[in-house]
Design a protein around this ligand. Structure first.
Ligand SMILES: C[C@@](CO)(OP(=O)(O)O)[C@H](O)COP(=O)(O)OP(=O)(O)OC[C@H]1O[C@@H](n2ccc(N)nc2=O)[C@H](O)[C@@H]1O
Ligand SMILES: Nc1ncnc2c1ncn2[C@@H]1O[C@H](COP(=O)(O)OP(=O)(O)O)[C@@H](O)[C@H]1O
Length: 294
């Protein structure tokens, strides 16, 4: 079934899943001001959805407005134009977006939209770019774009560009969405941020899966996030993802996660989704390719 913002005549409809940072350690600061991280990414079976159709006139037109994000700044449009320029493709695209993920929530909606655009247009325009090339292009749009392009749960280092695929348990997650938007830049600029966590290896992940160095800074600045963590911690070990605002806990099955979700106050929206090691967008593209070859 096609989501309602996406017309039935769209040639290709693909998911743009959310991600969680199951841990996020900050190891240091580079000369250019960016922070060296170690983080563990896993995807969720929940996200935005994008529709694409080829245009012959070369125009890139996103038909869905996101409030506060001008058309030309939208990561979808920027990703499409960069791929068009870098590949020398003369085709354009009509694009529609079903936006479900909260913005500035640390669950990667914008980066995932950009990655799905790169993967979708590579397919539709028949460019034949491999994931390595798409991920390199994606890194220029945001540090989290490469992991979405690669589509495998990963231990990431550097600013998120050095990826090592990992096989993790795939529990159900309850993700609560405090009603604040947090600026990543502001969190990284905080003088109280811990910036010297010792490096670990993926094999020596601490008991409990590691922590998030951004969490204390965000908890201090945003009572909404602190309250959400306190509420969720009554039921399960709760952590923040990325630079916030979303917080999450894991459960062995959907029923247990739903039960806790129903006990959260109406002021704290939430959703329940399965964690997955393969991105839903890759599974769908593989299906399309195998059907095409059948
Ligand atoms: C830290 C993560 C973990 O997933 O946070 P979330 O954005 O998902 O919450 C991401 O890697 C975020 O990546 P991304 O979202 O691309 O960051 P940007 O918008 O480029 O960063 C905004 C600003 O934050 C600072 N910044 C960002 C990433 C980083 N590794 N070190 C930094 O110091 C820089 O000042 C940068 O200008
Ligand atoms: N397609 C898009 N979806 C979401 N945000 C976008 C998009 N294009 C540009 N942005 C901008 O990127 C910012 C961060 O986006 P998002 O990925 O939702 O947050 P986070 O990185 O915290 O997970 C937004 O606040 C918005 O200004």
């Amino acid at each position: 079934m096609t989501a309602h913002s996406i017309p039935a005549h769209a040639q290709l409809t693909l998911p743009a899943p959310a991600k969680l940072n199951l841990m996020l350690h900050i190891l240091g600061r580079r000369a250019d001001g960016y922070h060296e991280l170690q983080t563990l990414f896993q995807f969720l079976e929940h996200g935005d959805e994008l529709g694409f159709s080829t245009r012959q006139d070369g125009v890139i037109q996103l038909h869905t407005e996101i409030s506060g994000v001008p058309h030309d700044s939208n990561l979808i449009v920027r990703a499409a134009r960069q791929l068009q320029n870098a590949s020398g493709c003369s085709l354009g695209a009509d694009i529609w977006l079903e936006k479900r993920l909260p913005m500035g929530g640390g669950i990667g909606g914008g980066s995932s939209d950009a990655a799905t655009t790169l993967l979708g247009l590579n397919h539709l325009w028949q460019l034949g770019w491999d994931e390595e090339r798409l991920a390199t292009l994606g890194l220029g749009l945001g540090a989290d774009v490469p992991v979405f392009v690669r589509g495998r749960a990963a231990f990431a280092e550097g600013v998120g560009e050095r990826l090592q695929a990992v096989e993790l348990a795939e529990p159900w997650y309850l993700v609560a969405i405090p009603q604040v938007s947090i600026s990543t830049a502001e969190v990284f600029a905080d003088p109280e941020l811990t910036r010297n966590t010792p490096a670990i290896t993926v094999r020596s992940l601490p008991e409990g899966g590691g922590h998030n160095d951004c969490q204390p800074v965000v908890e201090k600045r945003y009572p909404e996030v602190r309250n959400a963590l306190n509420l969720l911690n009554k039921f399960v070990l709760a952590k923040m993802t990325g630079t916030g605002a979303c917080v999450f806990g894991s459960f062995p099955n959907q029923g247990d996660a739903d039960k806790v979700s129903r006990q959260l106050p109406a002021t704290l929206p939430s959703f329940v989704a399965r964690g997955c090691n393969r991105s839903p967008v890759h599974l769908q593209l593989e299906k399309l390719v195998s059907e095409g070859n059948a």
